[in-house]
Design a binder for this molecule. Structure first.
Ligand code: NAD
Length: 420
């Protein structure tokens, strides 16, 4: 089971990553300090009327980490374990993720400490609207643009958009992304993360000595990101999906699974487990499957020092955020595994969020083909730039992605200068 890593303060990890890259880029101390501090943090404590008529006070955060490259962008998470340090770390990672794919954005993140699984829809709506009004002074299309994250979705974004618009007196669709299409959402946003991940795998495969056509794929976490990546690799790149899992367990078939049929089975039964013709395997076995490509697409801290040496895949494409712990990373590199780091491999989602915002602002909407063509271009170019950076600095892809991203943020900071 994932273990060693749960107790690590994520913001300490985020700062350590900056230090490593700062050494490589030979950054001065002042610049390092800027990169290790969130620019703006807002904590809000606010009451919500619960269904039983009582009021409860909730705590929420919004952290805008760095806005040198443009307005900040990042999701809002509802979870009992949300903490300010977690939100800071996630906001830092959003800064680097936006920069690695060269979006004109800084990074932000928000969260509310709550247990959404035990709240009614009405309670969630009141919680969301009150939080939106509390953070309204610091969000907006030109300032900070939230999006969905853990346990928030397009309905949550619709409530935020409506609340913000009510306060302004006119509709402001560009204040959030991940909205329903009917409110200015973008075609292709739903599948953008998995699609972007499939494009990055396609680009990296020749460098890793892997053939995607006819190659084998294992996916941990058959949800939005993992399922879409599997379907696109199967349909468009003729890969063979041999193992997948969800929170209830895994399945394996060395002749290949039809990813669409597995999706139907999961829709009907609630899990991939029990899919006809497949052997049941554990979640750990999915990670350790003999496959050319492994896509961790579930949770953080899945590849640890305990299982890293058992990973057989030649490519590990991180659709999930933070699935690999640093000490496991080292083992993978020593084995010659090509790791496609999360800030690159799952950046398709934020890229199409950027397209959504751009469409909202210009009031002109693109068709799916247009969205996917532009996404493909961004992901292909970004992989090429990360690969080139890895070669010129003689580092692995993860460090290269951070070097590229942090260099871009530093360039913006330097060109703007320090005010006043
Ligand atoms: P999701 O809820 O749609 O899917 C997650 C899947 O993981 C579910 O099928 C769930 O059953 C499964 N799962 C949970 N625990 C598991 C376990 N222990 N072992 C195996 N499977 C398990 O979520 P998603 O949107 O696909 O997000 C998955 C990951 O991708 C997260 O790390 C998320 O931060 C990251 N991500 C998603 C997006 C996006 O646009 N959806 C963008 C960037 C990053």
């Amino acid at each position: 089971m994932p273990d060693d890593g749960q107790t690590i303060n994520p913001f300490e990890t985020a700062k350590r990553q900056v230090d490593i890259v700062a050494e490589l880029l030979k950054l001065d101390n002042g610049t390092r300090e800027i990169l290790k501090h969130p620019k703006r943090e807002l904590t809000v404590n606010f009451p919500v009327r619960m269904d039983d008529g009582q009021y409860r006070v909730f705590t929420g955060y919004r952290v805008q980490y760095n806005m040198a490259r443009g307005p900040t962008k990042g999701g809002i998470r509802y979870h009992p374990q949300v903490s300010l340090d977690e939100v800071r770390a996630l906001a830092a990672w959003m800064t680097w993720k936006c920069a690695v794919v060269n979006l004109p954005y800084g990074g932000a993140k928000g969260g509310i400490i709550c247990d959404p699984k035990h709240m009614s829809k009405g309670e969630l709506e009141r919680l969301t609207r009150r939080y939106a009004s509390e953070i309204a002074p610091i969000i907006g299309p030109e300032m900070d643009i939230p999006a969905p994250d853990v346990y928030t979705d397009s309905q949550t974004m619709a409530w935020i958009m409506d609340t913000f618009s009510m306060m302004r007196g006119y509709s402001v669709p560009g204040v959030v992304t991940g909205k329903p299409i009917s409110l200015g959402g973008s075609e292709g946003r739903g599948e953008a993360t998995g699609r972007g991940c499939a494009y990055v795998i396609r680009e990296a495969a020749p460098h890793a000595g892997v053939k995607v056509h006819g190659g084998t794929v294992a996916v941990q976490g058959y949800g939005n990101a993992g399922m879409v990546a599997a379907c696109i690799l199967h349909d468009e790149q003729q890969a063979k999906i041999i193992a997948v899992s969800d929170s209830k367990g895994g399945i394996h078939n060395s002749d290949g699974l039809n990813p669409h049929a597995v999706e139907e089975h999961k829709k009907k039964t609630g899990s991939v487990v029990g899919f006809p013709g497949a052997k049941s395997i554990s979640n750990e076995e999915v990670l350790e499957t003999k496959a050319d490509i492994l896509i961790p697409a579930a949770l953080e801290n899945q590849i640890t020092k305990r299982n890293a040496d058992k990973i057989q895949a030649r490519i590990v494409a991180e659709a999930a955020n933070g699935p690999t712990l640093p000490e496991a990373d080292k083992t993978l590199y020593e084995k010659g595994t090509t790791v496609l780091p999360d800030i690159l491999a799952n950046a398709g989602g934020v890229t199409v969020s950027y397209f959504e915002w751009a469409q909202d602002i210009q009031g002109y909407f693109w068709d799916l083909e247009d969205v996917n063509r532009r996404l493909e271009k961004v992901m292909t170019q970004s992989y090429a730039q990360v690969h080139k950076t890895a070669e010129s600095y003689k580092v692995h892809n993860r460090t290269a992605a951070y070097v590229l991203a942090i260099q871009r943020v530093v360039d913006a900071i330097k060109m703007r200068g320090i005010y006043p």
